[in-house]
Design a protein around this ligand. Structure first.
Ligand code: MG
Length: 189
């Protein structure tokens, strides 16, 4: 049996924070870096009102099409898919009507149509079963793990998740090793 690996997209494969920071500058002239973003509450991290934060999210419609993949992420995903069944598991941005369409096109461009079919759009990631979930949001991993203790959560290291105690990783080579080790252990059927 091949391991099933669920990969979050924003904050793991694609640089969502860079798109937020770009629109923050376009909308309000506020200049920030990803390192300034030390909490899940983007607005709080950057000193924004709720209204300003919503304005930035609305301005991000189209960001799923233009988002840059993180360095080594595309190669990392492709290599991982040689030893496991990789599925993308990603939350839509609700204020961006084109988000899911753009993301699917983006996945096709980067990984081809067959891999791009393997995508689950949901904010409730715990409903999706797999052996691994790689995500930068601790809450997603905690809820997912509570639903099945055979599941291995992996927190993708980012400035905004430093307060979590979950096992973390930031290297595609290490992730490949961990999944490969799992794949090589004989399983009781
Ligand atoms: Mg994420």
């Amino acid at each position: 049996m091949k391991p099933r690996v669920l990969l979050d997209v924003d904050g793991v494969v694609g640089d969502f924070a860079a798109e937020f920071i770009k629109e923050l500058y376009n909308e309000f002239g506020i200049r920030k870096t990803a390192a300034d973003n030390t909490s899940w509450d983007f607005g709080k991290s950057f000193g924004l009102t709720k209204g300003q934060e919503q304005q930035v999210f609305r301005a991000m419609d189209g960001a799923a099409a233009t988002m840059k993949p993180y360095p080594k992420a595309v190669e990392g995903v492709k290599k991982l898919a040689t030893i496991s069944d990789v599925f993308f598991c990603t939350s839509p941005v609700k204020s961006a009507p084109r988000w899911c369409y753009d993301r699917t096109q983006w996945l096709i461009d980067l990984f081809g149509p067959a891999q791009a079919r393997r995508v689950a759009y949901t904010s409730e990631k715990y409903i999706v079963d797999g052996h691994f979930l790689v995500d930068d949001k601790p809450q997603n991993l905690e809820l997912w793990h509570e639903e099945g203790f055979h599941r291995t959560p992996i927190l993708w290291d980012q400035p905004w998740n430093q307060d979590s105690k979950l096992p973390r990783m930031s290297d595609w080579g290490k992730l490949f090793e961990v999944v490969n080790r799992w794949a090589s252990v004989p399983k009781v059927e």
